[in-house]
Design a binder for this molecule. Sequence first.
Ligand code: IPM
Ligand code: MN
Length: 360
Amino acid sequence: MSATHQIAVIPGDGIGPEVTDEAMKIVDAAAETFGFNYETQSYGFGGDMYLATGDVLPDSAVEEFRSFNAIFLGAIGHPDVAPGILEKGILLKIRFDLDQYINLRPIKLYPGVPCPLADKGPEEIDFVVVRENTEGIYSGAGGIQYKGTPQEVSTQIHVTTRFGVERAVRYAFELARKRDKMKQLHLVAKTNVLTFVHDTWQRAFDEVGEADYPDIQREYAHVDAACMWFVKNPEWFDVVVTDNQLGDIITDLGAVIQGGMGVAASGNLNPEGVSMFEPIHGSAPRYTGQGKINPIAAIAAAGMMLDHLGEAKAASAVEGAVASVLAGGKIADLGAGRMGMSTSEAGNLIAAEVRRAGKG
Ligand code: IPM
Ligand code: MN
């Protein structure tokens, strides 16, 4: 019997706890069906804790996270907390302190899921964005001088290191090779304007590709053009690698073409350390506690987590269960309050499919 997977769980704010419950229900069904052991420890970090105690996320908690095999996060964001405090203090802090340098975001349209693009279907929409996750303009470098005066000056520095870029690019090349689909990697950047930081990206991309990945076709798209092509020709993409902020933006566009925030999942990966899995959606505070929110994105994130934990069969059963429930049309609409069932009923349906996969 393999070791027990230790999972830290941060349900977070708003609808985070509801979707986390369903994601854990699926992990449980998978464990029972595929015969692995896991233990969870829940952490109450989020807006409510901050408002009650002033604590966002102490360093000691991050140190504790290092002893887990994975972290699952529901959602962060609270209407009574100023923007940036929880996002930077929890989400970005975990990503940076645990050096989760890859943000992996699959853009996959499952059959049966309504797509806003006319004439595009699951055949055309199946690619992965590799977002660099520890640098760029999100690094926190910069500041405001003479704040509140007419002389106010603010800077936000786009920190780019050859080391950081190269490891992201290598991960993306490896992924393109492993997917074995088009054997193609797009760099998305803005080399015509960001002639310093994106020049570092372009050279790392070309040098690494030429030296070590001659089997992978290299493509380049400016980010503005890539936004157009994600909509017009999503079938042109296999694996995309990009910087932190551009990755943040283009993956919301990606989420929309794969059917919306109800299905979009992500992994913050440190391939040599502790990784964290989360739905891409936020905490949707107005739906809190109503059992109306769609748990599929969180469940898909749990599936990615199982894959990362080495439970490949369980992970593919979860993906298959999500796909079959979506294809079956039982969930009328992926939007909050429009599923035609409650959050936990949707989780139950998917859990039943996971169990069925184990028998078949
Ligand atoms: C995301 C979110 C975060 C990000 C915010 C909440 C800090 O938008 O995971 O995409 O920008 O990375
Ligand atoms: Mn985002």
